[in-house]
Each structure stands twice: as C-alpha cells, then as structure tokens.
Design a binder for this molecule. Structure first.
Ligand code: NAP
Length: 278
C-alpha cells in the first residue's frame, strides 16, 4: 500500500509559528525580520521561485528586500553586492537564487554571505555545521526533508538511507543531516555503478537527481520511505510515482517543495532573534 507524506500542511504549521515569532520580533523592535533575495539574470523559473519566496515572506510578516542584477553581472560585482548585504544591519537573511549564470563563480558568491545570515544554508560554514551536527542554519530543502520524516514519525536511526544526487544545495547536505541522525548513508551520483541494486537495499530513499521519473518502481523495497525532492517540468518528480506500490512517499507537487520555503522563513526569523540575543 502507498501512503503519502504531505508537505503542504507541515509547511503551513512551520510558517504559522515563524509568523508568530516574527510578530513578536516586530513588537519588541519596531522592525520586521528582513530577508534579502538576490537574483542574477531573468531565468523564468528562478524569477518565479524568488517571487514566491518574497510573497510568502510578506504574508508571514517579514520584510523582503529584492536585488535583481543583470545577466552580465561579474563574479566580483555579485560578491560585492552580497558583502554589502552581509554588512547591512537591516538585513537578517540573504538568499542568492541558484543557479546563477554560468560565467559566475557561484561558490565565491555563496561564500560572501555572512554565516550568521546564511538562512538558505549554502555556505561552507553551514555545511560544516550540518556535517558535525551543530548547524546554525540547514540547507532549506534537506532541512524540509528531515522535518517531513519527523512529522511522519519515520525512524531514521540505524536505517539505510540512499541519497541519489550529491549537489551542494541538496544531495550532500541531505546526506549529512541523515548521517547526523544516525542513518547509515549511501550517496549515489551519475558515476555510481549498479544504482538500482543499491536503491533496493534502502529503507529511506531520497531522490535528488533532476530527471523526471528517474527512480523506477521496482527499485523500491516494499515498505520503504521515498522522498522525492525532484521538481521537473510539468510538476513531475524524480520518482516514477505511479509505479511505486508499497511505500510511504512524498507527492510532487505538495511534498518536499512547500517545506523548503517554510524552513527559509523560519530560519530568517531565527536569524533576526539571534542577532537581538547576541
Ligand atoms: P543538480 O545540481 O543537477 O544535481 C543532480 C545530481 O544528480 C548530481 O549529483 C548528479 O550526479 C546526479 N545524477 C545525475 N544523473 C544521475 C544518474 N543517472 N544516476 C545517479 N545520479 C545522477 O540538481 P539539484 O539542484 O540537486 O536538484 C535536483 C532536483 O531537485 C531537481 O529536480 C530540482 O528541481 C529539485 N530541487 C527541488 C527543490 C525544492 O524546493 N523542492 C530545491 C532544489 C532542487 P553528478 O554529481 O555525478 O553529476
């Protein structure tokens, strides 16, 4: 039997709590927690994602500051802009929309985000925190994945988790967070040999590949937990959802996606409070 892990309700709860904390912050300081979003170029999907993040920020009682830079922006110019936001006391969190145009060194740009404002969990500082189990901020999608597993009482300790994908914003941090929760973790990628056999041994599968319906139904062990982080054109995930017959699985859409923005807002409000308490 297939049961669903729905992210929409969980995200609503997280955002509700974040908005209450944001209201408390505003009451105390007369200011709103502020998320700065930075986008380079005009990729339609990225523009939509950033707009969604801004809208949700406003609804939750946060201020959002938007910086849109032209496609031809250089690495140096982007780094300088992000440093400026890092130094700006009115800004509590910074999100650089991924991906940036190819000519830009994205890692250099991410590293210009001050660690205490890295509410999207993209810096090496945050990655180290996740790896050592002492994270100030987690990468938002992996953080949302863990929240989903917890919300559905999925036992992580001692389980074999197979993460397919090793990107710095998704696969790798998801693996680190699962490891920190005492899963035995296998990370797979495009050069992995015998992927279906490895996935068949998984108690928990995290699909973060970026290829529609890539994970086949017969790769999934009966009773496994399947987290589909993929989001491909036409609202299609990385797992062949209809072919999975016996699992606890996230739908696409309405699974992992909504939790990502919720964690981003929560971490922005936490950043604002932390700065006050510092
Ligand atoms: P990415 O940077 O392109 O990384 C994809 C990963 O998949 C890479 O590590 C790659 O391996 C691996 N891969 C590619 N082909 C493979 C194969 N045949 N077998 C095994 N592994 C393979 O993508 P991403 O940014 O992590 O995103 C992954 C998916 O998640 C996308 O669908 C994206 O839209 C979605 N996503 C969703 C959210 C959300 O909020 N829900 C957020 C971010 C991303 P190599 O490292 O060897 O190249």
């Amino acid at each position: 039997m297939t049961n669903l892990m729905r992210g929409t309700e969980l995200a609503r709860d997280i955002v509700l709590r974040a908005s209450e904390k944001a209201a408390g912050y505003t009451e105390r300081t007369g200011r709103k927690p502020c998320l700065a979003t930075v986008i380079v170029g005009d990729d339609p999907a990225s523009v939509t994602y950033v707009r969604m993040k801004q809208n949700r920020s406003h609804k939750a009682g946060l201020e959002s500051r938007h910086v849109a830079l032209p496609e031809e922006t250089t690495t140096g110019e982007l780094v300088a802009k992000i440093r400026e936001l890092s130094d700006d006391p009115e800004v509590h969190g910074i999100l650089l929309q991924h991906p940036v145009p190819r000519h830009i060194d994205e890692r250099a740009a991410f590293e210009a985000i001050a660690p205490h404002k890295d509410v999207d969990g993209v810096t090496m500082h945050s990655f180290a925190g996740m790896s050592f189990g002492h994270s100030e901020f987690v990468s938002c999608t992996p953080g949302g994945i863990i929240r989903l597993l917890d919300a559905y009482d999925v036992e992580i300790t001692g389980k074999h988790a197979v993460v397919i994908g090793r990107s710095p914003i998704l696969g790798k941090p998801a693996a680190m967070l699962l490891l920190a929760r005492d899963a035995t973790v296998t990370i797979c990628h495009s050069k992995t040999a015998g992927l279906p056999e490895i996935v068949r041994t998984a108690d928990i599968v995290v699909a973060a590949v970026g290829k529609p319906k890539f994970v086949q139904g017969d790769w999934i062990k009966p009773g496994a937990v399947v987290v589909d982080a993929g989001y491909n054109e036409g609202n299609v995930g990385d797992v062949d959802f209809d072919a999975v017959t016996d699992a606890l699985i996230t739908p696409v859409p309405g699974g992992v996606g909504p939790t990502t923005i919720a964690v981003l807002l929560e971490q922005t409000v936490d950043a604002a409070w932390r700065e006050l308490d510092a």
